[in-house]
Unconditional design. Sequence first.
Length: 273
Amino acid sequence: MMRVSEILCKTALSKSAIADYALNCYVGCEHGCRYCYARFMARFTNHEEEWGEFVDVKVNIAEVLLRRLPRRRVGSVMVSSVCDGWQPLESRYHLTRNCLRLLVECGYDVSILTKSALVLRDLDILGGKRNVELGMTVTTFDEDLRRVIEPIASPTAQRFQSLKAVAGKGTKIWLFIGPLLPFLSDTTENISRLMAEASRLPLTRVYVDKLNLRPKVWQSLRNMLFEHFPRLIPRYREVLFDAVAKERYVNELRRKVKRAAEAHGLRRVTTIF
């Protein structure tokens, strides 16, 4: 059961290592991705629930942003860094939409990263804007696997369709592939198919990442593996915790990504591992 609470916030834009600012209209995320790196945020809340089982909705964030924007130096904004701004609750609250409109109107450079086709609802704001770019995260074309590792996120095909629709309106688009999960989504077949779809889009860039064990991630993945892929647990322990095996695995993964990118004529692919 998802616990949803409405809260009041005092600030709207936070400092970020990714951009000048980050905008997160929600604390927590319904998508419930088993590998989510934002799990560390749970320790800053008063929730007993696990990450992915609660969402705090910052119901006044657009009003706070409107008041604070005149005092801020105009810069770049990441939407969002520790939640998905277009998780299902956004269809009810419209918080990310309202904040996005303000940022665009005030001349901020906005970079979006989402896993949700709901972003197309805001095509009237995104379409043709030079100071906006849409990035989409994808991990796998195997829908059975996607439902296990990203249970509430949009199907992968819909994510690619969303990028195509936004690009058709003249907005810049980019792609984040990852994390590639060992022995699940890191297969040659899956990486090649993702690259093939990517090659059909006018992407400004493509980033590819491996699985990174940030706080709480291994516990979440281990539980998922016990439930769905118990035979893989020994192999995960080897490539994640044995230094020699890990280096060998990572080097081979880089080679897989490079071969797939070259095979599909993608030149702006960056592995960030």
